[in-house]
Write a protein that binds this ligand. Sequence first.
Ligand code: GLA
Length: 392
Amino acid sequence: MSAVGAARALLVELTGTEPDGTWSAPGRANLIGEHTDYNDGFVFPFAIGERTHVALRHRDDGRIRVVSTFDADPVEVALTDLDGLFPARRDDVAEWARYPLGVAWALIQASGADAVTLGGVDLAFASDVPVGAGLSSSAAIEGATASALNDVWGLGMGRVALATAGTRAENEAVGAPTGVMDQLASMLGEADAAIFLDCRSLETEVVELGFGPAGLTLLVIDTGVKHAHSTGGYGERRAACERGAAVMGVPALRDLSVDDLPRAQELLDDVTFRRVRHIVTENQRVLDTVQTLRAHGPRAIGGLLDASHASMRDDFEISVPELDLAVDTSRATGAIGARMTGGGFGGAAIALVPDEHVEAVASAVTASFADAGFAAPHVFPVAASRGAGRDA
Ligand code: GLA
């Protein structure tokens, strides 16, 4: 069954009635610009075709109930009680339910709406975005929820504000110290285009990718190595960046350029310096990728993707052996560029591959994983797609 069909069926099972409508939001792949978002820098992600759907039915009692195909048990709470649940990290709320309930809470906060006057809702979720693959299944839940509630509650919030509410839910209701990239990509995505985001001003530009006309396919290689950004390495990297900015006397690493790196090397310990060097060079690579794409087309960006991966592997140290193998094998068998995508410590790599080499790259990667004794990866093409909204 399709994800939209599954969401509808789940709502019918829960309420005994048809939904008022369904909304959805996509996952994302990041073409380039990793860990730059929370450093006020640049990112260049695109929304993918895989989406999370939510079926919605209004209710008369001012309560919100969420249910999903990821978890058997519905979670229900009065809208007026959301304030008591968040931002406090109450562990009596199931992990996945924090995403939609956190978004409802953040939307009420951001819009200034009075929770007493808002209509209650039942929300049933189903998704075809792989979970834990670095493709932002969480931003897809947040985007679908934000889009649906904005419409039915008549909040009139714009897409950037809805994305920001999703990030706030992720930061404060879930406790993952992430930036704004995933939610903005999921909200603003467009077919065949990536979104060039300035994460300081939140200004965005839609840039055509032109992969199809150039005879290119973007493959995702989901290594199956699971990661969670509410624990461990992600927060440590963020703290190192903040430490580096403080020592360098700038508000954020965005304010440094490659010319500042020699001074950074003098002032910082080796590890912090390498974290800083990744961010500073990655910001430059995002700018170069956008410019190269416009001037010379997508076949010219491969070297920038490769350099981004090397920087994450060696300087930011967020790759894992499975990601390195996926990237190296893709390149060796015909990809014009490849890199891990997303927060790291697992998840997926992307490879930009001429159409005629797609089969060869996919089978070589699968074979290399078997040889290395790794679990089989999931290799599939993705296409840049539209952002969140009501389903037709
Ligand atoms: C995760 C976070 C994003 C971003 C990336 C790394 O996906 O949610 O905000 O920091 O990692 O680029």
